[in-house]
Each structure stands twice: as structure tokens, then as C-alpha cells.
Design a binder for this molecule. Sequence first.
Ligand SMILES: [Zn+2]
Ligand SMILES: [Zn+2]
Length: 341
Amino acid sequence: MRAAVIDKPNEIHVGIVPDPEPRPGEVVVQVGACGICGSDLNIAAGLFPPTPFPIVPGHEFAGQIVALGAEVDWLSVGERVAVDPSLYCGHCEWCRIGRGNLCDNWGAIGDTVDGACAEYVSVPAVNCYRLPDHLTYQQGALVEPLSCAVHALDILRPRVAERALVVGAGTMGLLTAQLIALSGTASVTVVDRNSSRLPLAAELGAHVVDTDLAGAIAQSGGYDMVVDASGAPGAMQAAMDGVRKGGRFMVVGVAPPEATLSVSPFRIYNQELTILGSMAVLNSYSRALELLAEGTVYADPLLTHSVSIDGYPDALETVRRGEGVKVQIVPDARDRPESPS
Ligand SMILES: [Zn+2]
Ligand SMILES: [Zn+2]
């Protein structure tokens, strides 16, 4: 089959690799669509320590089951599924208290084992969620980023009539802002340096949009919830000034591991501030699928780019340049080696 392969940090090729065979408990999924995430940039650059090389990337995906491994008797060939990429060990202390996203042996399809920027991928059957007929594979590939936003809201716990600031209008920022807006918040402000993303933020529920973080904070008088979805340490540092008394600051964006923020412990004490983190997905995948299936979350405008597997290296550059919002690999005829390109 055709696949994108990251051979080692900063070395990517698209070529032919062996077709995956399902092990017991697994199914092979013919990939219908696979999103590229900001974290894939870190993986490709060798900045995500758990990733072994070579690896086929891709953790946001949906497709059709084409083969069943032994012991899989509750799914059928031909079923359409979205796939939770999480791989938890099940036996560490975090797994045993229901916090598998903090697993000591954490893994994910596309991050620590071969993923879905390929024609086919073999996945644990228990990670598959049936995709309703009215959702496309491209919509199905948005379940994973939305499930990260659902997990973030589980931790953030917005209360009715609070004021929120979301920094970064990429996929995670836009989905998180939309969920916060749906939760009864008095106002949601979305800030991104890239002004081309702001009309979309407004369309998807932001009450205020701005390119100027310090200016937005100064005008607002502070926010009960400040969520960083940019991963940019400079933006996070500035955003912390926007947390009002009693408020909370949440990090959803993935910053470089060595980056630091400076914060006044006196202020945390005196203003009763709360600092929160949200890492990936936890018991939130089926709820994200429900939100898309019911049309509660409107995410179609996020789907700005779809490219064939051959376009993976260029697509990664598109993500790096911050063009559009969600770039997806949609394997098609051009990816089948027997067909003329
Ligand atoms: Zn992702
Ligand atoms: Zn574990």
C-alpha cells in the first residue's frame, strides 16, 4: 500500500510499504480521511519523545473496515468507523484509576505505532466507533480533535455567564471556543495573530475576535477562563495577564517541552487562580462523535484542505505555515500505485 513515512526526524518520504495484517483483536481500516495536527509537526521534527522511527503518522481518522482479526465478532467488514487513536496499557496506576490519558506507557496510533496517513491501518477493534451514515469520513476525522476539546471542557467546567478567552484559532482553539460558547458563557473572545482565521471564529460562535492579545485583555477587564490553544509560550505568558480574580488558566496547546512561563505565586495565592492542563482524549471520544452526529457542533468550515497521500510532505508545510485550518489526507486513486498518476 501507499503510505507517508517519517524515516527519521525531518526525513519524510511517500512510498510503498507492506499492507497491514490484523492481529487478534484488530481490524484493518481503509482510510477515508486523516487529519494533520500541530503535534504531527513535532513528531516529524523529532520533538515528540515517545515516537519511534520510522513511523507512518496520522492519528485523526475515519474509514471503512476491510478485514477482521481473530476474536473480533462485533464489527463487520464494510462498516464505517471513526477511530480513537489512544493506546493505554491498562495496568499502570493511572490506567487503574481511570486516567488512561496519563498512562505511564502511553501510546497512540500514528504517534507511537503506524498511523493513518496511508491507504490502510490496522487498529484495535475496541478503538472503533461506528460512524453514522450521514457523516462523511472527513467529518469523522474531526471526532478526535473534537474529543480533545470535550476533554478540555470536562476539566475547565465552564459555568453559566462566565467570560472566556481562547488564544489560537486553529482547529483546537475553534472547537474549544465553540464548546465554551455552547455551554452558556456570557462571552467568548478568540484571539489569533492570523487575521484570516478570525471570520471563521466569529462564524463558529466567538462573540469577540481580535488579533491583539494585550489589547483584547485591556478592553475586557479580565476573563474567568483563559484557554491557550496556541502552544506559543509568548502568547501564553501574555494571556496569563488576562485571568481575572478567581479565574482559571488552561493549557491545551502543545508548547516546546523546554519552554517556561513566569508567574507570581503571590498572585496565584492572593487572587485564587487555578492553573489547568488538558492532555488529549479521555472517555470523550463517543461524546465528540455524538456532538457531530447531532449537528450540535458545526465543524464543516474547519475542513479547508484535502490532499492525496502523495501530497503529505507539502501538506505538512501547509500546516507549518498556518494556512487554512484543518488539512486532511484523503487517499484517492492517485495513491494506488497501479493507476497512472
Ligand atoms: Zn491531534
Ligand atoms: Zn497505563
